[in-house]
Design a protein around this ligand. Sequence first.
Ligand SMILES: [Zn+2]
Ligand SMILES: [Zn+2]
Length: 308
Amino acid sequence: MNITPPSSPASTLNPGLEPPAVIAPQLASLFADRAARFERLAAGHAAGDWLSFLARLTQVQHELLQRHPVVPLPDAAALEQARRHAMPPLPANGWARDAVWQRHLAILVDRLLPAAPPVLQSTLTTLAALPPAELERLADAVLRTEYDPAQAARLPFIAAALQVYWTWMAVQPALADLARLDVPGVCPCCGSLPVASVIQSGQYAGARYLHCSLCNTEWNLVRVNCSACGETDKVSYRVLEGEAGQHELVRAEVCDDCHSYLKIVHRDKDAAADPVADDLATLALDILVDEAGYVRSGPNPLFVPGEA
Ligand SMILES: [Zn+2]
Ligand SMILES: [Zn+2]
């Protein structure tokens, strides 16, 4: 473990280029890039088989998103009302879900089953046989981040199907130009918690965004600022030590005010780094920070801890 000093908030920003408040996900590349990232991280990793399986799952998410049917979106009045009250227009809790997500789930199960590890085969088979009402109940639990350890094996697949549905909605033109909410720690599109924050590369290099754990929208938040409580003075960083030195690509931003943490993924150091994949490849960092007494402030629903 090492404590590194906070980096300067604006020193690496391009002068004169104001980063947008909200960045919508890239429909064509988001899940394909994530799948490639999982595959790359799997090589030589102690949990390589699992990361490879997640690469296949994410590739199916990509295919589902590319041929997503048109489903209902909020109408103009609902969008205007959300804007006026600074509320997310596609709230994870409250949006009347289209049944399309259950179709996504069925296809995910179908595609993953043949090559799934034996331990997951019965999970997938059981999921495929659940009645729609039970699937909706599990979806409610995922969207409220009420993760029942007894359902730990099933919930990531429910989440993966919901991610496709919400990401499709988030990229539609009707949802463009979202404003920042009054609450900086939740997604301005769907109100979910962030999976991690990312330091951007390219055009907005150095700017920090939170990345939605459900719809993959990113929203701007100044650096060295606890995304859970807004504290700036009691924020510090933890990194993993490896044989090749410190793992600077993924750090944990810990807050000694609210005792929470969230990871920061540095795309500025590797543009292929992904907040979902790199998070799951660095669970050792979670263990280290958990043991130091910090509680993670945002979920990664592709991994739900089971019963001990
Ligand atoms: Zn979202
Ligand atoms: Zn805090």
